[in-house]
Design a protein around this ligand. Structure first.
Ligand code: F6P
Length: 319
């Protein structure tokens, strides 16, 4: 291959820029040019792209978001748009593509590969929910943002003896809630993967009160219900008054942590290696600290499994 392209797609995540930089620098190291496609698959369909040279990815490793912009592009599910994009790429001499994004973005990458245009997927999402890799780029930074926010909330919760519900991102996956619960010492954590027991949550709050504790932190992943819905249930069922904080999109922003920069660098470089070896239809990931590649299809046909031992532990530690 003499020329490849890179795009970012779906929800952005801190560390995507580090991955873009690695794709460009690694490819250039092997004498391969890289085109940066703007606005994800929307830009792919229209062939909207610019040459990324060594200098163009300087000074981005520490920046959150994505230099290439991102989009969610429902029309890309249609064959005709996929073929249209492939034609644009071929006309520009582009022979392969690195897709940095989540599972929806991987589906598109596999479709393109099946149509003869090789793609490799790099896991970029704060949700940490891509099967086959233990971590995704952006998860660590998002987690640190959540923990920092909860630490601040705890200060005021303690001062005013209030209970707080903190709603975090995670439509289908509870990793952010789960890890944040452990790291911030929350009293209860609600995740989409496990049925919650409202009586148990109430009992936990009551037990805390009985030993003189007048505040507590409950973390709820948005996929379970909203923070305000949970507040309503607690009020109606047990007359427990809570304050609600919805952390929202601040979880997606910010300068990437060291872990996410290193992960972005390692996975971006590996994706180029795999593509240059002529192995399209692969995803890259991390397992037992080693960089791996595996079948792209596995990454969205399997279901991500939250580590439920963390769930049990967080309950044990906030007894
Ligand atoms: O895909 C990551 C994610 O941050 C989810 O956790 C969240 O539910 C979703 O994106 C929000 O997406 P949008 O910004 O498109 O509403």
């Amino acid at each position: 291959m003499k020329k490849i392209a890179v795009l970012t797609s779906g929800g952005d995540s801190p560390g995507m820029n580090a991955a873009i930089r690695a794709v460009v620098r690694k490819a250039n190291f092997h004498g391969v040019e890289v085109m940066g496609i703007n606005h994800g698959y929307e830009g792919f369909i229209e062939g909207r792209m610019d040459l990324l040279d060594l200098g163009s990815v300087g000074g981005i490793i520490q920046r959150g978001g994505t230099k290439l912009f991102s989009s969610r592009c429902p029309q890309f599910k249609e064959d005709k748009y996929q073929y249209q994009g492939i034609e644009k790429m071929k006309a520009a001499g582009v022979e392969g593509l690195v897709v940095i994004g989540g599972d929806g973005s991987y589906r598109g990458a596999l479709e393109l590969t099946k149509k003869g245009f090789p793609c490799v997927g790099v896991p970029g999402t704060i949700d940490n929910d891509i099967p086959g890799t233990e971590y995704t780029i952006g998860f660590d930074t998002a987690l640190n943002t959540v923990i920092e926010s909860i630490d601040k909330i705890r200060d005021t919760a303690t001062s005013h003896e209030n209970s707080f519900i903190v709603e975090v991102m995670g439509r289908d996956a509870g990793d952010i809630a789960l890890w944040a619960g452990l790291a911030a010492g929350a009293e209860s954590v609600l995740i989409p993967e496990e049925a919650y027991d409202i009586d148990e949550i109430i009992a936990r709050i009551r037990r805390g009160e009985a030993r003189g504790k007048k505040h507590s932190i409950i973390i709820v992943a948005e996929g379970v219900m909203s923070g305000s819905e949970l507040a309503k249930i607690l009020k109606e069922k047990a007359n427990i008054i809570t304050r609600v904080s919805v952390l929202g999109h601040i979880q997606r922003g910010g300068s990437p942590s060291a872990r996410d920069r290193v992960l972005g660098g390692r996975l971006g470089a590996k994706a180029v290696e795999v593509l240059l070896e002529g192995r399209g239809g692969r995803a890259v990931g991390i397992k037992n600290h080693q960089v791996i590649d595996y079948d792209l299809e596995e990454a969205f046909t399997q279901k991500h499994k939250a580590d439920l031992s963390l769930y049990t532990l967080s309950k044990e530690l906030s007894i």
